[in-house]
Design a protein around this ligand. Structure first.
Ligand SMILES: [Zn+2]
Length: 211
């Protein structure tokens, strides 16, 4: 793990170092935008480093300046010393922790944030795998294709294939509730599932099969 350092760029304090800001809830924040609703809160500098290396900005501050934290772009953050920490390494470590304590809500929340960021390659927007609409990160989720308990150890660590990016505009729920299923790598409507006309009319979902 590295130390993250940025510098104040202008004004009287130019050159003063900034460090990851610890918020009141004890968390660090990575984000693509300045809007609090988009903040990804992480407990450790390791997770923050992985997100910043993937392209996220980080909220950083210096206590001595007594100023509100700034949202610093990844290009302006230096990684000092230590081993490089990537989203994949954090996800691998998280998998080990899941084996010890699977039901922790905070671990699931953490997995969701890191896995979604990993599958989105750190981008702020991405296409939903089902309806193909491009949406901002907070309207998307990393949806597990196969139940974790049914996965082999190798499958659990195959982060590219363990989950898909789906939207919160319906696709994730339709998948979760079994109205659409993955068959031979394609997403198709589930013929065995009782539906309603309104659901079947949902154009992005049932228009055709998606590969
Ligand atoms: Zn969708």
């Amino acid at each position: 793990m590295s130390r993250l350092v940025a510098r104040v760029r202008r004004g009287a304090n130019a050159g003063v170092p900034l460090y990851p800001h610890i918020h009141k809830d004890g968390m660090y924040v990575a984000s693509h935008t300045k809007f609090e609703v988009d903040y990804i809160r992480v407990e450790s500098v390791g997770d923050l480093e992985a997100l910043v290396r993937a392209g996220y900005k980080a909220r950083m501050s210096n206590q001595e300046l007594g100023r509100a934290p700034s949202l610093i772009s990844s290009d302006n953050i230096q990684f000092v010393g230590g081993n490089t920490v990537l989203l994949s390494t954090r996800l691998e470590k998280l998998e080990e922790e899941f084996d010890l304590d699977r039901d922790s809500i905070s671990k699931h929340r953490r997995e969701q944030a890191l896995l979604r960021a990993y599958l989105m390659n750190g981008n702020a927007t991405e296409e939903c795998s089902i309806c193909r609409r491009t949406l901002p990160e907070n309207m998307l989720v990393a949806s597990h294709i196969k139940m974790r308990s049914h996965c082999t150890n190798d499958e659990k660590l195959d982060f590219d294939n363990v989950a898909m990016i789906m939207c919160k505009l319906g696709c994730d729920d339709l998948f979760e509730k079994g109205y659409i299923v993955v068959q031979s790598g394609k997403v198709v409507a589930n013929p065995h599932r009782t539906s309603t006309p309104a659901l079947q009319c949902n154009p992005p979902i049932f228009r055709s099969s998606y590969s």
